[in-house]
Design a protein around this ligand. Sequence first.
Ligand SMILES: C[S@@+](CC[C@H](N)C(=O)[O-])C[C@H]1O[C@@H](n2cnc3c(N)ncnc32)[C@H](O)[C@@H]1O
Length: 255
Amino acid sequence: MTHDYAASYERNFGFFKDYSREAVFLDHVFKTFGTDVERVIDIACGPGSHIVELARMGYRAAAADIDPAMLARTQGAAAEHGMTIDTHVADMRNFRLSGRFDAALNMFYSFQNVLFAPQQQIGFFQGVAALLRPGGLFVIELLPEENNLRLYPPGESFVTHRAVEEDGSTLTVTSTSRIVDETRKDIVFLYETVLPDGSFEHEELISPIRRVYLPQFEALCAAAGLVQVAAFGACDSDVPFTDDSAKLVAVLEKA
Ligand SMILES: C[S@@+](CC[C@H](N)C(=O)[O-])C[C@H]1O[C@@H](n2cnc3c(N)ncnc32)[C@H](O)[C@@H]1O
């Protein structure tokens, strides 16, 4: 797998998400559960796929990521629409940002990709809460371990995507989870491409995931003074969170 994570991000992960639709969902969440949401920050924004869509809808957008290359891509995507987005280099493991926002986002399991130590998790939740005004919303997307273990048992291939690329190659991505220890598992992505000339490429990408159980998540919310006001099973307002949901998209409100 290429080492330029930012440049290859959309190709490697973009097909897991429909960012335009998810932005419509986020807009709905802000209007339904928030009041006068204007200032929104996306933490671990990646190439800015959510926050640029939200800026296009009229939100005052800011974005944070540890990787300046991701922030540059976010700014570039905003510039394509004649907009600018405030960007901040920030490390979720030692989260210190200033500002006052009506809503914050942490999407696509970034929380579980990055924060492995309980103290870092608490520090992050408290840091996000400190950025929000009272009544502000925090939307976080995560993989609850209870659901994940039941729906996708470790060691079994659980998702396969196939896509025809612009050059006519066929890309097949298969992901498998592997338990490492009590606190961590790895999701192993296998990228297999059949090129137009018939040759074959095979790459592997490992994404470490902190195993987070729902009671742990609830304790984190409580420690940061965040109250769950809604729980969805997808970035879709018609899909409530249930025992059979593959993910949790939680809407938290600062008390
Ligand atoms: C799975 S991507 C999610 C990107 C985006 N939110 C999305 O939905 O596509 C994880 C992002 O976290 C960023 N990241 C990794 N470690 C980080 C850290 N310690 N602090 C802040 N961001 C980090 C990466 O640069 C990457 O952009």
